[in-house]
Design a protein around this ligand. Structure first.
Ligand code: SF4
Length: 466
């Protein structure tokens, strides 16, 4: 989609969601209970949350600084364990590798556990195009799949849906009796998915971490679906971004509780699985073949930029999304990418190209709430500024955008100029209100009739006269 098209759509979706009070209420309610759980867990589980963040940041930064060496170590160990490792330079290569595996093994049905990396490469659509039926097995992912939507959030994909909406969706798509009882809905999904696990030939997962010293894939989850996805089908494919690397098994001692605390406010997720390869002789279950696809897709260009490299230390906990006032207002779907919110706004222009996606770097008030909650201490708001600077240097922003900022920089430091131009700003905001699409009319903020300094002068005058 052209720059203007994606940017305009983003603005449109954002305005619509920002004005949707019921959406706002659902999100705030979900985030409020998340906040309570996370704050309690930080205090009860860690002697010093700040110290844990510092250690985690330094381990991940060290790992990313040694990325080429650790990836080679991972590959050598994984191959030793009987895993086939595939390097994919971009989304197309990663999709092609999975499709080749599916074709070569006569796969007709696949199950997949939650993985934003597979969302990034749009794997479901690719598999369906060659006739492979694919079922999402994480409950939230299943809900958005049945609703033909993208995940709303990187940790809680169906955060925007109420129980009543899910009940109605299951009734319509799975034929279950109409209910909004959480237990009955979960049971219905369980029955439906059991069948899918038993008949799938291919299980697809992401990877929360890759352990270089073992050549192992680590999965953390709460539903047991990722474990079934890797254990039942005869082939397991893990699609992992190259930044998921951790040097040693011992690092999990910190990273598993850290991710669980920041992700969902838990001490530890219910299921933590370390996979070191396919089934060995004499073992009763597990896949006959295992593949790990190491995805670059723009990560190398992030790695090449010294200031931005730190964004590769992200462990995808989702905390920055929950803390971001922009995300809270416009929600996850407005971004139209696999990675919404602050971290998405930092990496997406690099993964998908600045010309189409640089507007995401401006979807922030730069308040710094995201950086404050990040468990690996990524200075997200500074990286967003870095992206804006990058766009400016590369001249990938539109001429109107650049002219606008040039004019703003010329006028803003001069109060008198600003005051003189105020009637024009007012007229501009009125015209923008009139030119807005029908459903947004009346919602475009208008420039106030009088400036703050005029109001203040009035106030001062009245105060001295009284
Ligand atoms: S940037 Fe930090 S807070 Fe955001 S998802 Fe990544 S690790 Fe979590």
């Amino acid at each position: 989609m052209a720059l203007a098209g994606e940017y305009r759509s983003f603005l449109h979706r954002s305005c619509v969601k920002a004005a949707d009070a019921s959406h706002h209420l659902k999100i705030l309610k979900a985030i409020a209970s998340y906040d309570t759980a996370v704050e309690a867990m930080k205090k009860s589980q860690f002697e010093s949350w700040e110290r844990a963040r510092q250690v985690a940041a330094s381990v991940k930064r060290d790992a990313v600084s040694r990325l080429p060496e650790l990836l080679e170590q991972f590959e050598a160990k994984a191959v030793e364990n009987g895993v086939e490792v595939v390097w994919a330079a971009d989304a197309a290569e990663a999709r092609a590798a999975v499709l080749d595996i599916a074709r070569a093994n006569g796969v007709r049905q696949a199950v997949k556990s939650k993985s934003m990396t597979t969302e990034e490469i749009e794997l479901n659509e690719a598999l369906e195009s060659i006739g492979v039926k694919i079922w999402e097995t994480d409950l939230g992912e299943l809900i958005v799949q049945l609703a033909h939507e993208r995940p709303y959030h990187i940790v809680t994909p169906a955060m925007h849906k109420s129980r009543a909406e899910i009940g109605e969706l299951f009734h319509r798509t799975l034929g279950t009796p109409l209910t909004d009882n959480a237990e009955e809905l979960t049971q219905a999904a369980r029955v439906h998915l059991r069948e899918a696990f038993c008949s799938a030939e291919l299980g697809i997962t992401g990877a929360n971490f890759l352990i270089a010293s073992l050549g192992a894939v680590v999965l953390t989850e709460n539903e047991g679906n990722a474990r079934l996805t890797t254990a039942c089908p005869r082939i397991h494919v893990a699609v992992a971004g190259i930044e998921k690397i951790l040097p040693r098994l011992e690092d999990l001692e910190l990273f598993l509780p850290l991710l669980a605390t920041s992700g969902t406010g838990q001490q530890l997720t219910c299921y933590n699985t370390i996979i070191r390869g396919p089934k060995r002789s004499g073992e009763p279950d597990g896949p006959e073949k295992m593949y790990v696809i190491l995805l670059d897709n723009g990560r190398s260009s992030i790695y090449a930029e010294e200031k931005l490299r730190v964004s590769l230390t992200c462990i995808r906990c989702g905390a920055c999304l929950n803390a971001c006032p922009v995300y809270r207002l416009i929600g996850g779907h407005a971004y139209n990418t696999a990675y919404p919110g602050p971290i998405g706004s930092v990496i997406t222009p690099h993964l998908r190209g600045f010309p189409g996606w640089q507007h995401m770097s401006s979807a922030s008030s730069l308040c710094g709430a995201c950086s404050e909650v990040c468990p690996v201490k990524i200075d997200l708001h500074r990286l967003l500024l870095e992206n804006r600077w990058h766009a400016h240097r590369q001249r990938t922003s539109s001429i109107i955008w650049r002219l606008g900022f040039w004019a703003w920089a010329a006028v803003y430091p001069h109060r008198k100029c600003l005051q003189m131009l105020q009637p024009f700003f007012r007229l501009g905001s009125r015209l923008a209100g009139l030119a807005a699409p029908r459903d947004l009319r009346g919602r475009i903020p208008q420039v106030a009739g009088r400036s703050f300094s005029e109001l203040w002068q009035d106030y001062e005058r009245k105060r001295t006269n009284s």
